[in-house]
Design a binder for this molecule. Structure first.
Ligand code: ATP
Ligand code: MG
Length: 569
């Protein structure tokens, strides 16, 4: 982006400008016009489930803006609905927000701490003649509301006296009315084209126990009344939320105005993040967890923040993803492969590149001295010298990948087949001589010979080979479990089945229990991540790994799905 300006001599100059998103431009305008002299944002999750990648976008956006403008950022639990909330979720949310690197310091708040303020503000509205107690049933209220084409009809209780309203509201609070009997409604405009402004309910009777306030309250505020008050009480300047609240903004503004808040907050909406091939939406994820389709809220196939962390995603990769997917006013879906691209880019230079054989077959080097083991120096990451190198044992018996040897290779196959020579990565050239099979014809052992002259790093230039394969020394190999993932939902075939259920991909999880790895991979801790050469990036599972038996989750494969498939396979 650029801006055209005239310099002192009156000449036109083009000045490059940082590209800001539309929210930042609105904030700049507010600061310039003196509407606010600082910036204060918040992230207001309802503690009724785990956070997902969409919430990550909101967290990164809100905390990022606070940081950029030298302002503050609050984490506020929107716990005004006692029905669905659990402390398990409060703890999980805190952990996830912290993990993403959002700095809220000690600024953690609970909306339920403001129930007294909300009650007082409701009384204030009654005193101003702007709220009334109604005894219409829920069905009647809906019927009276009208719709987009029919104006609403005023409730017969709309003109109750202030005294009567005050008394009834107090009685509601004191438990004199049963659930679903009376409501408190804002008195706004039953003819408004915006249905949210047609005398919305702001309090309901609900005899429910609340995790924070216990049995103190038997009336609870509605979201549209509670949320603007929460923002205002905390001194939030910019209340950034998603598009579905756009139609609620006039009500938000009405509440903060008539509740007499000085310097009231301002709501700005942006489009939700949607991702292809995955389930976002707390309700849907919750159902997968409750139906046992996945192994808990942090099943690595989900896109909850806890699942992404367990899978091996990093906060940096998620931040890059959020940046690249952009902030917009228009709904759209981001491609899952963009998220994969971001983690691949993040780990590419950070992770050591190790050798692990996922589908092992024995390779015996017939002319290598029996009983001898040598240590070979293997660079940890050819693209990043800072990661140094390691010593890897090598001997007569190794494991290689089953698909790195073929009995009847196609024309362009460059790896092992009888008579062909390849390089064993960081070791020697080997030439396949023969093979053994089991009763079903599966290859069990490949026999080869090696050429001692061809040792890696020896400067050998005598001849060249076309293929390089990885290997693991058999006598010292560790056996680990690896989990290979595909998308949980197969969108290619349509997200939903004919009966409306989700179209699950039956291959979303493949567990391999006999993956052979080099010794260093046995000495790992949860969340350590590595590149397994040719097989992808893998992260040590934090739940299922046990002493001496790590479980590795594949974070992502090496190749971008945007690229053409490898030739010769
Ligand atoms: P869900 O739609 O998954 O049920 P929610 O909106 O009910 O989520 P809340 O806990 O109410 O979940 O959301 C907290 C904040 O996160 C809200 O400000 C909401 O706008 C924002 N948010 C929720 N989903 C997304 C998303 N997909 N993209 C961006 N922000 C989101
Ligand atoms: Mg919600």
């Amino acid at each position: 982006m650029s801006e055209e300006i005239r310099n002192e001599n009156g000449e036109l100059e083009v000045k490059p400008q940082e590209s800001k998103n539309f929210i930042e431009r609105e904030i700049d305008k507010d600061l310039k016009e003196g509407v606010y002299d600082h910036v204060h944002t918040r992230f207001p999750p309802e503690p009724n489930g785990y956070l997902h990648i969409g919430h990550a976008k909101s967290i990164i956006l809100n905390s990022g803006i606070a940081k950029e403008y030298g302002g503050k950022f609050n984490l506020r639990f929107d716990d005004t609905n006692p029905m669905k909330e659990k402390t398990e979720f409060v703890d999980a949310i805190k952990r996830d927000v912290e993990w993403l690197g959002a700095e809220f310091e000690n600024r953690v708040f609970f909306a339920s701490d403001y129930f007294d303020v909300m009650y007082e503000k409701a009384v204030l509205l009654i005193n101003k003649g702007l709220a009334f107690v109604d005894d219409l049933t829920a069905e009647q209220i809906t019927e009276y509301r009208g719709d987009f084409t029919t104006p609403g009809k005023e409730s017969p209780n709309r003109n109750r006296s202030i005294e009567e309203n005050l008394k009834l509201f107090r009685d509601m609070k004191d438990g004199k009315y049963a659930d679903g009997t009376l409501t408190l409604r804002a008195k706004i405009d039953m003819a408004s084209p915006n249905l949210n402004m047609r005398d919305p309910i702001i309090y309901r009777v609900a005899h429910m126990h609340h995790h924070n306030t216990g049995d103190k309250w038997c009336i609870y505020p509605m979201y549209d009344f509670a949320h603007p008050i929460e923002d205002a009480v905390e001194g939030i300047t910019h209340s950034i939320c998603t598009l579905e609240f756009e139609d609620h903004r006039p009500l938000y503004d009405w509440v903060v105005k008539h509740c007499d808040f000085e310097n009231p907050p301002r709501q700005i909406e942006f489009a939700k993040l949607y991702l292809t091939n995955v389930v976002t939406g707390k309700r849907y994820i919750k159902k997968l967890v409750e139906d046992g389709v996945v192994d808990g809220w942090d099943d690595p196939r989900l896109v909850t923040i806890a699942a992404l962390r367990r899978r091996g995603y990093t906060p940096d990769s998620i931040r890059t993803f959020v940046e690249l997917s952009g902030i917009s006013k228009a709904n759209s879906s981001s491609d899952y492969s963009l998220l994969e691209y971001c983690i691949r880019e993040d780990l590419k230079l950070k992770d050591k590149r190790m050798m692990a054989v996922i589908d092992p077959v024995k390779l015996i080097i017939d002319n290598y001295p029996e009983g001898q083991t040598e240590m070979l120096e293997v660079p940890n990451n050819l693209e990043n010298d800072e990661l140094g190198s390691r010593q890897v044992p090598f001997s007569r018996e190794l494991y290689i990948e089953r698909d790195d040897f073929m009995i009847d290779p196609p024309k362009k196959y460059k790896r092992l087949y009888v008579g062909n020579e390849v390089r064993l990565m960081s070791a020697y050239f080997v030439k396949a001589e023969s093979y053994e099979t089991d009763a079903e014809g599966n290859v069990t052992v490949v026999h080869c010979t090696y050429d001692p002259e061809t040792k890696s790093g020896s400067g050998f230039t005598g001849r060249k080979v076309k293929g390089t394969i990885h290997w693991v020394n058999a006598p010292t190999a560790g056996q680990v479990t690896v989990r290979l993932y595909e998308q949980l939902i197969d969108e290619e075939k349509g997200k939903l089945n004919d009966d409306g259920t989700l179209n699950f991909n039956p291959n979303s999880l493949v567990t391999v229990t006999n993956c052979m790895v080099e010794p260093e991979l046995m000495d790992v801790k949860p969340y350590d991540s590595f590149q397994f050469v040719r097989n992808g990036f893998f992260c040590v599972d934090s739940k299922d790994s046990t002493e001496g038996h790590p479980v590795f989750n594949r974070v992502v494969g090496l190749k971008s799905s945007f690229k053409l498939p490898e030739q010769g396979k």
